[in-house]
Design a protein around this ligand. Structure first.
Ligand code: FAD
Length: 294
């Protein structure tokens, strides 16, 4: 199903009876480093599939890195496991002809949706080499050359390269004007940041669905590294709890699952149309969160 149809349904009320539309669940996975790790990924996917996700999204390396690995995983998911998949596609360091090749490959697999991204800039990057510099250029190019439904990324705390969130949202509008249908957000751990972002995005005249990206918390070190890289803030009380129980893995795991479950429940109560989980190729924490909230 195309993204624009997937997130169309709304909660309704008929004759005083409230009909709740379950948010569409999706799971982000990445191609494992080594081919012999693929089976472990497929096992995790099987565990997550019981939640009847709308789709799995598959990340891609910047500048076409790991493209062959991604293709093999996409083929397995689509042709052998019959799952809906949304590949990510980046434009930095790529060329129009390489992007057209990828679009052809996706089309031949009957893929309907793509997450269009600029990608992180490689070291010593020179923009003048790129034919498509930003995600809005890529979105426009995909729109012109195919019928895919297109998703783009949004940043509730602003993108790391952008001096302020208002400029970043103006750049988000360029992606929507270029033809994007849906926005998937960066991880965040304070729902107020998300709610405030939605408010600002709507003020900019963007009415596309905004799907929150959820990072289940499973450990402190990895979390601190990822949030620092992406300039995402962690609530002070959460850091204190994580640091206090740093040596107690079971406690951290339970705390993480409780925290993320509460976060998701609050988002569902605010009637988000979907929840997009960054699974890091592990089903356990995500599955426990979903067991808690659905
Ligand atoms: P853009 O929307 O192009 O924005 C990049 C920066 O440039 C922002 O600061 C923006 O404000 C500014 N900008 C945008 N347009 C313009 C313009 N026209 N003129 C001037 N400035 C502009 N990375 C990967 O490599 N592979 C993945 O699979 C991947 N998946 C992701 C999934 C999600 C849900 C998210 C949130 C991010 C993902 N990323 C991935 C990371 C992403 O590639 C980086 O955050 C990257 O630095 C920005 O990509 P973008 O598409 O948001 O860029």
């Amino acid at each position: 199903m195309k993204l624009q149809d997937l997130y169309k349904k709304k909660n309704t009320q008929h004759n005083g009876i409230f009909e709740w539309v379950k948010p569409a669940i999706s799971f982000e996975i990445f191609p494992p480093d080594k081919e012999n790790q693929n089976q472990a990924l497929f096992d995790e996917i099987e565990s997550l599939n019981k939640f009847e996700p709308a789709f799995f999204s598959l990340t891609c390396g910047a500048a076409g890195k790991n493209a062959e690995k991604s293709k093999a995983i996409l083929t397995k998911l689509k042709e052998h496991l019959n799952l809906n998949v949304m590949p990510h596609l980046t434009c930095v360091g790529s060329s129009k002809s390489k992007i057209l090749e990828s679009l052809d490959f996706f089309k031949n697999l009957n893929i309907e949706n793509i997450l269009a991204l600029r990608g992180d800039l490689p070291e010593n990057y020179s923009q003048s080499l790129d034919e498509l510099c930003y995600a809005n250029d890529l979105t426009e190019f995909i729109k012109k050359n195919s019928n895919f439904s297109i998703a783009v990324a949004g940043y509730p705390e602003g993108h790391i390269d952008c001096e302020n969130i208002h400029h970043d949202i103006k750049n988000l509008k360029k992606k929507i004007d270029a033809g994007a249908d849906v926005i998937f957000t960066q991880m965040f751990f304070d729902n107020n940041k998300f709610f405030n972002y939605v408010h600002l995005v709507r003020e900019e005249g963007i009415d596309a669905p905004i799907i929150p990206g959820i990072m289940p918390i499973t450990g402190i070190l990895q979390l601190q590294k990822m949030t620092k890289l992406a300039r995402v803030t962690l609530p002070k009380a959460l850091i204190e709890q994580l640091e206090k129980h740093d040596n107690d893995k079971d406690y951290i795991k339970k705390l993480g699952i409780d925290f993320s479950s509460y976060q998701c429940q609050q988002l569902i109560d605010a009637e988000v149309k979907g929840l997009h989980f960054f699974t890091l190729n592990k089903s356990d924490a995500t599955a426990q969160i979903l067991d808690n909230i659905l």
